[in-house]
Design a protein. Structure first.
Length: 438
């Protein structure tokens, strides 16, 4: 009986020893974890960010209306258009047809498609053998363009890109002898076009009353007030007008004709932003600016600042831009939000948190001072090197983009900056100094 008790005591003792070992290991792991976290807090590791090129635009956000010199083309019913939006036409040019029914409109569409096929085949035969390599490149480029547009969901350009691909492929077939010519197809299509034309007849046509750029009634509208009345409004009333939904449909019209080459944008913005449209003399900028309409016309168009009137007390301003660049996308607009680009700055993107200021004796200051040298620490191999950046002055205004600064790269004329493209900027680190071993 005593032997059994002895064995039980030894078993219990062994279990306790095992449990104690497990507890000790657990406590050691916990201590190591706490110690590691404490080291991370007391001595955090260096963090880096690569200096990359960036372009920052200085913009003014506005809302306003576009003012054109426009007249209206009378006409209604079932219309078929003969010219594209934004196409320049002469007085008397047929811009649309009036159809008696939907079937006649379908016939016109068929005739247009047949004539487009004939034109494509005729152009396909206009080639020489010396174009072989360039045609292969054109075919590949057209295919990639088409795939990119489909992938991006940009279906407006797919018809032209598909035509470019077919044209290059057809020419390659002619050059390589796979197709002798397209004469038989052209003849058949021409006969088909003649048949469709006879069925179509001669619909009544609507002609342009004057020379200018044509816009379809289905593509645009018009403002419910004249340009002179709108330009006479002050900032508060112009803002109220813009926000009153002033665009109305072109009822009873086939479209409109925009004559002249100059149009205006009358807009309102905050007083602070409007200051960007003024020069140092307090007058409207003499240099060109750019205007774009986000979500509608993304390509910036050059413009000039004609007027700027600031009501600082009510934090509102009214301005007028003039522009001499016209395209179909712009001509469709009447009332639209805009971005006015008054300047662009290109440089290296550097986190503002990475900037340090050194005193004349080389010691680091807590903040910016008049004679302090601004710069950043850069990783060179396993060393930290202090690289200067330009101090903020009239020649080097501070350009920010969120939490980053735009810094001129090393070698820029008139700059003392030593930061280079792809430098590894030390954003945060402990006890940094020039030459520190990392």
């Amino acid at each position: 009986m005593s032997d059994i008790q002895e064995e039980n005591r030894e078993g219990i003792s062994g279990a306790l020893k095992t449990l104690a070992a497990v507890v000790i290991v657990f406590l050691l792991l916990a201590a190591l974890y706490v110690g590691y976290q404490a080291m991370q807090v007391l001595f955090p590791p260096n963090t880096y960010e690569t200096a990359l090129l960036a372009t920052v635009e200085d913009t003014v956000d506005a809302e306003g209306v576009l003012l054109f010199e426009e007249s209206y083309v009378a006409g209604g019913g079932t219309l078929g258009y003969l010219v594209a939006d934004g196409e320049r036409v002469s007085a008397g040019t047929a811009v649309a047809e009036i159809y008696s029914d939907a079937a006649q409109a379908t016939l016109r569409q068929q005739l247009t498609q047949i004539n487009d096929q004939i034109d494509l085949l005729q152009r396909s035969q206009n080639t020489t053998s010396v174009q072989l390599e360039s045609l292969r490149k054109n075919r590949s480029a057209a295919l990639y363009d088409l795939m990119d547009s489909l992938d991006a969901g940009d279906y407006e350009d797919t018809d032209a890109e598909k035509e470019n691909y077919i044209l290059a492929q057809n020419k390659l077939w002619v050059i390589t002898g796979e197709v002798a010519s397209f004469s038989d197809q052209i003849t058949a299509l021409t006969q088909q076009a003649t048949t469709v034309q006879s069925q179509l007849g001669n619909p009544s046509q609507i002609t342009a009353p004057q020379t200018g750029y044509f816009i379809r009634s289905s593509s645009s509208g018009r403002l419910n007030a004249g340009s002179a009345d709108i330009l006479a409004l002050d900032a508060a009333n112009l803002k109220a007008y813009v926000e009153s939904s002033p665009e109305i449909a072109l009822d009873g019209c086939a479209g409109k004709i925009v004559s002249g080459f100059t149009w205006y944008y009358a807009g309102v913005c905050s007083a602070k932003q409007a200051e960007k449209l003024l020069g140092r003399d307090g007058k409207p900028l003499t240099k060109s600016v750019e205007i774009r309409f986000p979500g509608q016309v993304e390509t910036p168009l050059k413009a000039k600042v004609s007027e700027v009137n600031i009501d600082a007390e009510n934090d509102i301003a009214r301005f007028v831009l003039s522009c001499e660049i016209i395209n179909g996308d712009v001509l469709r607009l009447n009332c639209a939000d805009a971005q006015i680009i008054v300047g662009r700055n290109t440089g290296l993107r550097v986190p503002a948190a990475a900037v340090h200021y050194l005193k004349e004796d080389g010691s680091e200051a807590e903040g910016q001072g008049e004679n302090y040298i601004p710069g950043v620490y850069v990783k060179y191999g396993n060393l930290a090197r202090f690289c200067r950046i330009d101090p903020v002055d009239d020649a080097h205004p501070q350009i920010t983009d969120g939490d980053d600064l735009i810094v001129l790269p090393s070698g820029t004329a008139g700059s003392v900056s030593q930061v280079r493209l792809y430098d590894e900027i030390i954003v945060s680190g402990q006890n940094l100094y020039d030459g520190k071993l990392l």
